[in-house]
Design a protein around this ligand. Structure first.
Ligand code: ZN
Length: 312
């Protein structure tokens, strides 16, 4: 397992241009997407769709100051049926799809047809905050219809419609076969350029023109580009100031303890039948596909505690 591209760990940068009126985020996520694909056993097309969504969530999160958890959900009618990505403010992201093995033929350009595997539906974005300090605030939730299913365009549409931020979003995942039947993520990453109210039209035009001429982010990443290089390519000659660089990666919050506590909370007859009939319990985390097995003796202990609790 490798979480690096050309020896570099995945990372993300945040920058500004035009006196802070243009916010830029760029990320290289090759290892993150490879890990997600390995865990979920996704087809090439689904790897591209999930990888773009994971990268988009990381970039969207980097542009926000206050949240503990950001969830992006693609509820769709294409063969993949649904994609969920969740990130925290520290650059960890996790995600899953409903149908990991779904696939569709390559498109006319010979590329994975992400738009076709996603189809139509809705994109939901939820920001939650306050957990860490015990002040749980009402989550912010935005929703827009899926415009192309290509994910990058859908994030841009969400930003324009729901957050009123005109944005350019480029998300890419390059999956290669080293030998027939084998697939690996060769490059993944993306960038997000957001134009704040008040940016002068000449700068906006310069950025738009540079972005439209940017080569595919994955082509740059494969050649060794790091996040600041992606920004340099996308912004053309427009100068920018780097504010922050952070490591990012696939990370899940599940654990044996959490799985065990969930099983023990079932209690009563159902717990007893798990012990009697199955001699144990197994729980699989949706987000990372890790399976936790509760063995017979641990389960017997839970049953005994549940009986004590019921009798008290
Ligand atoms: Zn997990």
């Amino acid at each position: 397992m490798s979480d690096t591209t050309n020896g570099h760990r995945d990372s993300l940068v945040r920058a500004t241009a035009a006196d802070g009126l243009i916010r830029c985020m760029a990320a290289v996520t090759t290892g993150t997407v490879a890990e997600a694909a390995r865990r979920h056993g996704t087809s090439g097309t689904v790897t591209a769709a999930l990888g773009r969504t994971l990268t988009g969530a990381l970039l969207l999160g980097a542009g926000q100051k206050e949240f503990d958890r950001l969830t992006v959900q693609v509820e769709c009618d294409g063969p993949v049926r649904g994609i969920t990505a969740e990130t925290n403010a520290r650059g960890r992201v996790r995600g899953y799809v409903r149908e990991p093995s779904a696939d569709v033929p390559l498109n006319a350009q010979g590329k994975f047809d992400v738009g076709a595997v996603v189809g139509g539906g809705m994109l939901y974005v939820t920001y939650e905050s306050g957990f860490d300090i015990g002040l749980y605030r009402e989550p912010y939730r935005g929703a827009v219809p899926i415009v192309s299913g290509e994910i990058g365009e859908d994030f841009a549409y969400y930003l324009a419609k729901s957050e009123q931020i005109p944005s350019a979003v480029m998300l890419g995942v390059l999956v290669r076969a080293r030998e027939p039947g084998e697939k690996f993520v060769e490059a993944a990453g993306g960038l997000m350029i957001q134009v704040m109210p008040g940016a002068d039209s000449a700068t906006v035009a310069a950025v738009e023109s540079a972005v439209s001429r940017t080569p595919h982010t994955t082509a740059l990443i494969r050649e060794g580009a790091r996040p600041p290089d992606l920004l340099r390519a996308a912004l053309g000659g427009v100068p920018f100031e780097l504010l922050e660089e952070r490591e990012v990666g696939f990370g899940c919050t599940c654990s044996y303890e959490r799985a065990a506590s969930l099983v023990s909370s079932i209690g009563g007859a159902e717990l007893e039948s798990m012990l009697r009939d199955d001699k144990g319990a197994a729980l699989t985390c949706h987000f990372c596909n890790e399976t936790y097995r509760i063995d017979e003796s641990a389960l017997a202990e839970m049953v005994a505690r549940s009986r004590d609790g019921a009798g008290a």
